[in-house]
Write a protein that binds this ligand. Structure first.
Ligand code: FEO
Length: 462
C-alpha cells in the first residue's frame, strides 16, 4: 500500500479507480480519483490527512501493515471534509490521545461532523511550526476558503514538499502517483475541470494566496495535493496555471448551450454556431445539449469561453428544467468577464428568452441586447437577428465584469468573493462592533468577513 514519495515521506492513501461521481452526484468522475494521505517518518512520525469515510476501515488496516499505529506522534488534518477526514473516527478509536493539528475552523468542522469525541486538537495558524527532528519542521499555512473555511496546507522543510490538500488537485487516478508518469493531456483536462468546478468561485482568493505563498520564499520541490497526481516534475507548472486561471481566464472560444423539446431550439442553436464560425473561422465554437451533456464538462467549456449563447423553449411560462438547474450551477461558479446571449422557441406565451437573460445577468454575465425568439418552428425570417447576436458575442475581448443588480447597487451591498457573504450596510455587523447603517466604505481597515475571515479587498460591490 505504501508508495515512496521522497526520503522518509510515503503516500498511504486510497486510489478510487471505480468512482463515478463525487460530492454526491454533483461532480462527474471520468478517470478515477484518489484521496492522498501521507506518512512522514523522521524522529517524529506524522500522518497527513486520511481518506474518505467508506474506506476508513481498510485505511486503518492498511496503515497497521505499514507502521505500529502507536508510533504516530502527530496527525495533521489539513481539511475537515469527509474525503480527507473520513477515516479519523476509525483511526482515533485505535490511538485516541494522538494530537491532531488543524485550524480553528477545522475543529468546528470535525466536531460538527463527528461529534465532540474529546480528540486532542492543537489549533495552528499560518507560520506556526512543528519540529519533527532530523533538522526538519512542518510549517502550517491557512488556506481559508480554498475551498472550505478550515482548509490548510502544510510544508515540510528539508524535503521541500508542500502538502496542499485540495489546492492543485485533480480527480484523476494515477497508480504511479507522479505527474511525470501521467498522461499529460488527461492531467491538464482533469486539473482544469477540478479548478473550474471546485475552486473558480474563490478565484480572487486563489490569486491572493498564491502571492502569500510566493512571499514566504519557501523552496518547493514537490507539491503533494490530496487528490490526483503529486507534482514532482516542474511543480511550478500547476502554480503558474492557477495564476492564469484565477484571473478571469478565457480563450478564443464561444459555446452554444441549449435544450429542446421538438428540435426548434436545437435548430436555432446550430444556426447560431454556424454564424459564429462564419464570422470568425479561427474562434473555437462548440454546441452542448444540456440534458445530454456532462454539466461539469460544460462548465469547463464555459470557463474557457469568452461568450456563451443559452437557449431553451418556453415551457409552463418558463424554461426547461434541465436549463434551470444548469443556470443555478452557472451562477454558483461566479464566472467573470464573459458575454452571454439568449434564444429559444415558443408556441404562445414565450417568456423563456427574457427569463434566460435575467438569469444570465444574475450569474454575472454581460448580456447582449440581441436575442432570438422563434414562434413555432424556426424559419429563415427568424434568423435575422443571429448575425448581430454573433457579432456582439465575438467582440467579447472587450467584455466587462458582470452586470450589476440595480437594487443592490442602490443599497450599497458588497459580497465576499470567496464565501458569498453579503455585507448589508443597513444591518452592519453588530457581532464585530459594526453598527447598522455603516457603509462598506467606512468599515475599519482590519474588518474581516465574519464567515470566512478574508479582508475587505476581496469584496465586490453587488
Ligand atoms: Fe477533497 Fe474539500 O475535499
Amino acid at each position: 500500500m505504501r508508495k515512496h514519495v521522497k526520503n522518509n515521506v510515503s503516500w498511504v492513501g486510497w486510489i478510487d479507480w471505480e468512482l463515478e461521481t463525487f460530492h454526491g452526484d454533483d461532480y462527474s468522475i471520468r478517470n478515477g480519483s484518489s484521496q492522498n494521505a501521507y506518512l512522514i517518518e523522521e524522529e517524529k512520525t506524522v500522518l497527513i490527512d486520511t481518506v474518505w469515510t467508506p474506506h476508513r476501515f481498510d485505511f486503518v488496516e492498511n496503515l497497521k501493515k505499514e507502521i505500529d499505529l502507536s508510533k504516530i506522534d502527530y496527525i495533521i488534518a489539513n481539511h475537515g471534509e469527509c474525503d480527507h477526514s473520513g477515516a479519523l473516527t476509525a483511526l482515533m478509536d485505535e490511538i485516541p490521545n494522538t494530537p491532531i493539528y488543524c485550524t480553528a475552523a477545522a475543529v468546528k468542522s470535525l466536531e460538527g461532523q463527528y461529534g465532540k469525541r474529546g480528540w486532542n486538537f492543537h489549533v495552528v495558524k499560518t507560520g506556526d511550526t512543528l519540529d519533527l527532528g532530523n533538522g526538519k519542521q512542518l510549517v502550517f499555512m491557512e488556506m481559508s476558503m480554498l475551498h472550505w473555511p478550515d482548509s490548510m496546507a502544510t510544508y515540510l522543510t528539508g524535503d521541500n514538499i508542500l502538502f496542499s490538500n485540495d489546492a492543485f488537485g485533480q480527480h484523476f487516478a494515477v497508480e504511479e502517483l507522479f505527474n511525470d508518469k501521467a498522461d499529460p493531456c488527461l492531467l491538464y483536462k482533469e486539473a482544469l475541470k477540478y479548478y473550474v468546478n471546485i475552486l473558480n468561485p474563490f478565484s480572487p482568493l486563489v490569486a491572493k494566496k498564491l502571492m502569500e505563498i510566493a512571499d514566504l520564499n519557501l523552496p518547493i520541490e514537490i507539491i503533494a495535493p490530496s487528490h490526483g497526481v503529486i507534482w514532482r516534475e516542474r511543480p511550478e507548472q500547476i502554480v503558474e496555471l492557477y495564476a492564469k486561471w484565477a484571473n478571469a481566464y478565457q480563450e478564443d472560444q464561444v459555446i452554444v448551450v441549449y435544450d429542446t423539446m421538438w428540435e426548434g431550439t436545437a435548430k436555432l442553436a446550430h444556426r447560431i454556431a454556424q454564424e459564429l464560425h462564419s464570422q470568425s473561422p479561427d474562434t473555437v465554437v462548440k454546441i452542448f445539449q444540456l440534458a445530454k451533456a456532462d454539466k461539469n464538462e460544460v462548465m469547463t467549456e464555459v470557463f474557457k469561453s469568452k461568450a456563451i449563447a443559452v437557449g431553451s423553449p418556453t415551457v409552463s411560462n418558463s424554461y426547461l428544467s434541465s436549463v434551470a438547474g444548469w443556470l443555478e450551477f452557472l451562477k454558483q461558479l461566479k464566472f467573470k468577464g464573459k458575454k452571454a446571449a439568449a434564444f429559444g422557441c415558443y408556441g404562445w406565451s414565450g417568456e423563456s428568452v427574457k427569463l434566460l437573460q435575467e438569469k444570465l445577468s444574475e450569474a454575472g454575465f454581460e448580456v447582449v441586447e440581441e436575442s432570438v425568439r422563434s414562434l413555432w418552428n424556426p424559419e429563415e425570417s427568424d434568423f435575422s437577428e443571429i448575425p448581430a447576436l454573433a457579432k456582439n458575442l465575438l467582440g467579447a475581448e472587450d467584455s466587462v465584469p458582470g452586470a450589476l443588480d440595480n437594487e443592490s447597487e442602490k443599497m450599497g451591498q458588497y459580497q465576499c468573493g470567496p464565501c458569498g457573504y453579503i455585507y448589508d450596510p443597513k444591518k452592519g455587523d453588530p457581532d464585530n462592533g459594526v453598527a447598522p447603517g455603516t457603509p462598506f466604505e467606512q468599515l475599519p481597515e482590519d474588518w474581516r468577513c465574519p464567515v470566512c475571515g478574508v479582508g475587505k479587498e476581496l469584496f465586490e460591490k453587488r
